[in-house]
Design a protein around this ligand. Structure first.
Ligand code: MN
Ligand code: MN
Length: 298
C-alpha cells in the first residue's frame, strides 16, 4: 500500500530527514536565556527552507508539561536556567508526515531522566516489525524506564500516521499490557514515543496551549468568518496549527475564539504530569513494511 509506493516513500523520507535536522537544530538552539519564540520560529522556517511544512507547531515541553504547548504570538519568554526540555517537531511533505522529539537537560541536572526515555526508545525500536507484539514493545519500554528509576507515562502513546493525519487510530503503548494481543500490521507508518517521569506516571489536561486544529466545517453567516474558516482548511487541512501562524489575518484572535465557540476548531489543552513530575520524551517515525523497517527521522 502507501508506504511501498516509491513516490510516497520518497516524500516520507524527505519529511523525516527535514524533521531530523529541525529537531537537532532546535535542541542546539534551546539554551538557558534564549527566547523560546525565536527558537521555534527559526526551526519552523528551517523546515520551510528545506521544502517541507510544519506538520504541527513546534511543541516546547518544559518540566511537567508533557505536550501541546507552543508559544503564543509575540511571546518573549526565555528558556530557564535549569529544567527539562522536550522539543517535539513534525514535518509534512505533500501531506506525508514525520514526527520526532528529543529531550535536553537545561543546566545539566536532569541527564538521567533524559536518558531513561532515550534508552527505552532505543530498546523498543529493534522490536518493531510487521507482526510484532505491542505487549512486548510496551513491556520493554516500561522495564527500561523503571530500570532507570523512573515511571513511564501510561496515558501517552505512540501512534500510526496517515496522509494529513497525525494520529491515525493505532496506538503503541509505553507500558506493559500483557492482556493485549494486538500486533503491528504491515505497510504502516508509526511514531514510537516513550515518556519517562519522576512523577506519578500519567498526564492530566491543563490550559489551552495555543495549538488548534480544524474540527468540523460549518456554514457561517459572517463572510469574514467564513473566509477565515476557508483559510484554515486550505493552509492546514486537518493538521494542528499555532495561533501565531494566523497573525497575518485581520482580527485573527477574535476569529479563532469565535470558531472555537462554534466547534469549528478544536483547541488542544496542555498535557501536564499528574503529580507535577518532570517529563522526558524521545520519538522517531518508522515505515513498517515486509521489506523492512526504516526510521525516517533517525
Ligand atoms: Mn507523536
Ligand atoms: Mn511528536
Amino acid at each position: 500500500m502507501f508506504a511501498t509506493d516509491p513516490e510516497v516513500r520518497e516524500k516520507l523520507l524527505k519529511a523525516g530527514s527535514i524533521a531530523k535536522e529541525a529537531r537537532e537544530r532546535g535542541i542546539e538552539l534551546s539554551e538557558p536565556g534564549s527566547v523560546i519564540y525565536d527558537v521555534v520560529e527559526e526551526v519552523e522556517s528551517l523546515i520551510a527552507r528545506r521544502g517541507g511544512r510544519p506538520a504541527f507547531p513546534v511543541n516546547i515541553g518544559l518540566n511537567s508539561v508533557a505536550a501541546h504547548y507552543t508559544p503564543p504570538y509575540g511571546d518573549r519568554e526565555r528558556f530557564p536556567a535549569s529544567g527539562l526540555l522536550k522539543f517535539d517537531v513534525g514535518v509534512e511533505v505533500d501531506g506525508y508526515v514525520a514526527d520526532t522529539a528529543a529531550s535536553k537537560s537545561l543546566g545539566g541536572a536532569m541527564h538521567e531522566l533524559v536518558d531513561a526515555s532515550r534508552s527505552a526508545l532505543e530498546s523498543a525500536l529493534p522490536l518493531v516489525r510487521p507482526g510484532a507484539s505491542l505487549a512486548m514493545i510496551g513491556t520493554t519500554i516500561e522495564n527500561v524506564i523503571r530500570g532507570g528509576g523512573y515511571r513511564p507515562i501510561s496515558n501517552l502513546m505512540g501512534h500510526s500516521i496517515e496522509r494529513h493525519n497525525l494520529h491515525a487510530g493505532f496506538s503503541i503503548y509505553n507500558v506493559a499490557r500483557s492482556d493485549d494481543s494486538t500486533t503491528i500490521p504491515s505497510e504502516i507508518v508509526i511514531a514510537v514515543e516513550p515518556f519517562a517521569t519522576d512523577g506519578g506516571g500519567y498526564v492530566v489536561s491543563g490550559k489551552l496551549g495555543n495549538i488548534f486544529s480544524f474540527s468540523r466545517e460549518r456554514k457561517l453567516e459572517d463572510p469574514s468568518l467564513q473566509e477565515f474558516q476557508s483559510i484554515i482548511m486550505e493552509r492546514y487541512n486537518r493538521l494542528p496549527f499555532a495561533e501565531r501562524w494566523l497573525a497575518d489575518v485581520r482580527d485573527w484572535r477574535k476569529k479563532i475564539n469565535k470558531l472555537l465557540r462554534l466547534g469549528v476548531l478544536h483547541g488542544y489543552e496542555m498535557l501536564i504530569e499528574g503529580k507535577g513530575g518532570s517529563v522526558s520524551q524521545w520519538e522517531h517515525t518508522l515505515i513498517v513494511s515486509r521489506e523492512g523497517v526504516v526510521r525516517t527521522t533517525a
